[in-house]
Design a protein around this ligand. Sequence first.
Ligand code: B3K
Ligand code: ZN
Length: 873
Amino acid sequence: LNTIYLKDYTAPSFLIEKTTLTFEIFPEYTLVRSHILFSQNPLRTDLPTQLDLFGVDLEIVSLSIDSIELSDKHYTWVDEVLCIKNVPTNFLFEAVTKIYPDKNTSLEGLYLSNGMYCTQCEAEGFRKITFYPDRPDVMSEFETRIEADLNDYPTLLSNGNLLDSGELENNRHFAVWQDPFKKPCYLFALVAGDLDVKEDVFTTVEGKKVELKIFVESHNMHKTEFAMQSLIRSMKWDEERFGRVYDLDLFMIVAVDHFNMGAMENKGLNIFNSALVLADEATTTDAGFERIESVIGHEYFHNWSGNRVTCRDWFQLSLKEGFTVFRDSEFTADLHDRAVKRIDDVKLLKTMQFAEDAGPMAHPIRPSSYVEINNFYTLTVYEKGAEVVRMLHTLLGETTFRKGSDLYFDRFDGQAVTTEDFVVCMQEVSGLNLDQFQRWYNQAGTPIVEVFEHFDQASGKYTLKFKQSCPPSINQPEKLAFHIPIKMALMNKADQTHLDLTAIDEFDMDTQVYHLTQDEQMITFENLTSKPVASLLRDFSAPVKLVFDRPKVEFAYLLANDDNSFNQFEAGQSLMQSHLLEQYSILAKGGEYQMDSDLIDAMQSVLAHDELSDAKKAAILTLPNFSYLSDQIDQVDVDVLLNLLKQCKTQIAKALEQQWLDNFNALNDSVEYAFVASQVGKRSFKALCLSYLSYLGQYSGLITSLYESASNMTDRSLALNLIANSNNKNQKQAINAGFYEKWKQDTQMVEQWLSIQSRGESTSIADIKALMQHESFDIKTPNKVRSVIGSFAMGNPLHFHAKDGSGYEFLADQILVLNELNPQIASRLCAALTHFKRYDENRKLKMIDQLHRIDQCKSLSKDVKEIVTRSLQ
Ligand code: B3K
Ligand code: ZN
């Protein structure tokens, strides 16, 4: 395995003035002609004369320099690198290559999706199109000519503005696109297909009219309105909140069914997974609408954070991704319910990212090495990366942070830069010393902050001690102290006021942040008449594990009274978690489950709380999930934990049965569906009520009638989910068959249908295999793979973790098949096997066996190889 290191970075030898490409698309192959003007990089004082270009799976027709054709004596082409020696300082390089998009199942480079040609170049897909310095710090203007059959491919698109178009002989036609902004080749895009277009116009704050176009297959036109409105909201929000104005006259989105990820921010021509564009009330859930809006926002926001200012190398990926996730998360928070968005984001971080940071793939948000960069589009780079940017926002406050981001965009416009460049801007505008803060970029692992408090009634003295540490990660046995912003308040129980914290040295009154920078720090208060209740890490102000062993009554107090919404939620979670962990150890020793009546009381008071919104109630009353809890337990026994969760939910359902039912009935009104925060909150609370009731057995009639009467996909999918868990086989089969008959023409509905079944508690491995035989399943379509295999591995713990190891074996089989077709998807699926350390000895060994079995495959892609090797080392 060839490892690439950040420390080996060198500036490119040659820069590019202009890239001109011609694509001649024929049924059997595509001919790509490139015309690239190179000049020696003035920064390279060593005056290099060797040109290194990347190229993969290309058939060479001809190569030339300054119009002199090169024979194979003039170059070598080994391991993706085409190397030409003794080139002049300025020269024209031309290549004609043949590629075979119809054979490209990796969905990287140029490929076909439902008869439509499209590209995916990030991170290193451009090298599958033509020879090129495929690295983000080589930026160029692009002019692209596309020629294809007029009937089959009437729509021809690329980045920028349309310069020219017209007809050719033999019923062919052409289009020429020109992108005036210099960009790295990973932002290149091309589409050729037979598409319909939804159009609108956005007038920027500067008064410029931007044409907006969403291209889809004609049968999907009715599902484009929401994406268009989301795009318009994104453009407006970025102007208002970040001062970012769109730069081209045209912004296009294309929906494709075959896509490895969510979407791609190609300059002026975003390409989207259909599932993240197409929406309407009948087929999209509330969560679906929110996700689509946020991804449309995310890709649009990249136009500045990623495209105008890009990354110097792929180690800097979080520079654009962390920042852009922070931006899209603020977008959603500003438009909808800020507290709920924060709760959702933190949940994802704590369940998935913390696990990644503790597992074999742990890496800093700026990794120092990789084998396959596609393996580093991770929760760590994205979500933890966004948390690191959020910490800067917390430390600086909104106004100063905005100054920092303005400076960053202004200073580095048109450049390829590093995460340090970003932090330095924040440092300059704030005057804060952020040297220590930079460690967040270089050290992996989730820091632990332990808190100890002591109150002495006699002297009225209260002390709060913080101790930070971070467990070792691969290649990082020792960690240095982090700069951790702890947003906090000390609450006075008697009158609900906050203690004045002005006198504390490390406390910043403006931001309400306590700066924890040492391994240990302490705060002392004198002359208090009673012990305050500390509300720490408000809004989850740092991605750390807070360990604070405190009396349960304090959590109950915070649950009822904390004026920080997030911490109110956290207090409830802490109560539930400590109950569940206590009971887990009892059950694991063969004891019997016992519900805690204090917990029921606390839940009851949340239900009765008249200041809490429906959405907040739903969030607070949801138990921590299987995956999060298994992380809190050493070598978890899956059966015990699943059994515990079932018993606990059943007891909660019983104890508060009448409330769940009353609330469900009150919320289950027939108001006309709209995707607005108030309705979304209602539906999520309603879903929680019905989910609890489903544990009682006698409510299956309520579930089926909700299914039958549902006027929207949120209710329908809730009912379908609960039905998928039930053991009533006949009813389940009938409902599933009916659903499929009704919706089989709608790809997004079929994907949801597959996914719900695959997660169902009563769906066995045999059922999953049967689903894979269903006419709607196709292993070459990533969405289908995710819906069935991904949902099973990540969302069906009961059967995936079957004691006999059959779930693991099944997954390994699929990984081996996908390894040949689509290494990126294969490698994603490996994650489910790599966390074997979490599980009991039997399961752990069975998972390791499967990893070894995968490892023995002779033709293992570097994507899969890297994950498997790291896991087994
Ligand atoms: N930048 C793309 C991700 C590309 C993934 C390549 N394996 C989408 C995004 O984060 O916006
Ligand atoms: Zn992104």
